[in-house]
Design a protein around this ligand. Structure first.
Ligand code: NAP
Length: 345
């Protein structure tokens, strides 16, 4: 078993890490860390747990530690669920001290020598960590996963890009409240409401999608128009996508290609890999966050309403994924499993 630590263990994503790592066949949680507000208290006594599952017994007695290598002690890898504004230097400190850091924060995503990894989509980008280690002179490494919206989107785009090519794309998102962390958006702002702006989100969707779907150091060049909205659901981001493809295709073809999509995590049988990674539904009114977000243990994306797009002369569809699972903690765990299977850890 590898010993793992969680930075930001008390937040929305940190709690998902704890829930998803319970009973993991390769990893055991040895350390939990958070801000000074929480340090020194036993995890089970903190009173910040917001998930419907009980706090796992294995973490209840762990004391919440400072987010420093010295504070955490000797372990094999860390998962970071720190706010992006804090994460940059803290994650670098860990990498310098030889730790593998799997991060949810945006701080390092656009660094040329840091992969933004969504394992089924661009596992080949992992090899950039060799350059990162050489260039930065550290033996650890920083590996990021995309923001939640992009994680869901790029998984659905991967088989389309491989099979038909993408000329341009328009995406409109309806993002759950938990995507803003805890306590997130004020209840008076989001109840009976839709907020048509999420700071920096549209820029992230464009740049991260191009980086992930491109080649190493050569982002994909197709144009993306993104509109991001916060809606009154708890978990599960839903996105409508219109694509002009390079090769002509039709909805049935696209549905078949998506439904049979398999990738490296499935071939390797990684513990957190959903199988299938893309679930295609044919009812007129699916996917829906409440009904479909736990598909594949929260790790699959669910695609429906695949149809012709007359305006873009291509196809359009709706995709849904669990933002704190596929879009955050689960994506990081899957990335770390790939790194272990590929011999980087
Ligand atoms: P959150 O609920 O606000 O949790 C933040 C965590 O970081 C808490 O454990 C908090 O500890 C800790 N923290 C805050 N300031 C700190 C500091 N100065 N030093 C050390 N620890 C500090 O946020 P979240 O939603 O879990 O998001 C975590 C990260 O994942 C962010 O970078 C976010 O952008 C990214 N992300 C989130 C989602 C999502 O759906 N929520 C999806 C993808 C990526 P205390 O409890 O002690 O304050």
């Amino acid at each position: 078993m590898l010993k793992v630590g969680i930075l930001g263990a008390t937040g929305m994503v940190g709690q998902k890490f704890i829930e998803m790592l319970e009973g993991h066949p390769w990893f055991t949680i040895e350390a939990v860390a958070a801000s000074e507000r929480s340090q020194g208290v036993k995890y089970g006594k903190l009173g910040k747990w917001k998930l419907s599952t009980p706090i796992p017994e294995s973490v209840k007695d762990l004391e919440i530690l400072p987010v420093t290598p010295e504070g955490i002690g000797q372990i094999d890898l860390v998962f970071s669920a720190l706010p992006s504004e804090e994460a940059g230097p803290i994650e670098e400190e860990f990498a310098k001290k030889g730790y593998m850091v799997f991060s949810n924060a945006s701080a390092h995503r656009m660094d040329e020598d840091v992969p933004v990894l969504n394992a089924e989509v661009n596992w080949q980008h992992s090899k950039i960590v060799d350059e990162q280690r050489k260039r930065r002179g550290w033996s650890g490494a920083i590996v990021t996963n995309p923001n939640c919206t992009t994680a869901v989107l790029t998984l659905s785009l991967k088989p389309i890009k491989d099979e038909f090519g993408i000329k341009r794309m328009i995406v409109t998102t309806m993002q759950a409240i938990s995507g803003a962390g805890y306590p997130g958006v004020a209840s008076l702002d989001i109840t009976d409401n839709v907020i048509p702006f999420i700071k920096d989100e549209e820029e992230k969707v464009v740049l991260e999608t191009q980086k992930i779907l491109g080649e190493l150091k050569k982002p994909a060049e197709f144009k993306i128009s993104a509109s991001c909205n916060r809606v009154n659901t708890t978990d599960g981001h839903i996105e409508t996508v219109s694509i002009e493809t390079e090769k002509k295709t039709d909805p049935q073809n696209v549905a078949e290609v998506m439904a049979k999509f398999q990738s490296e995590p499935q071939r390797l049988g990684l513990p957190t890999a959903p199988n299938p990674p893309i679930v295609v539904r044919y009812e007129d009114d699916r996917p829906q966050p409440k009904l479909d977000r736990m598909e594949g243990n929260g790790m699959a994306v669910v695609v429906g309403r695949i149809r012709k797009d007359e305006a873009l002369e291509g196809i359009k569809y709706t995709v849904l994924g669990h933002n704190t699972m596929r879009g955050a903690a689960g994506c990081s765990i899957l990335n770390s499993e790939y790194f272990k299977a590929a011999g980087y850890i």
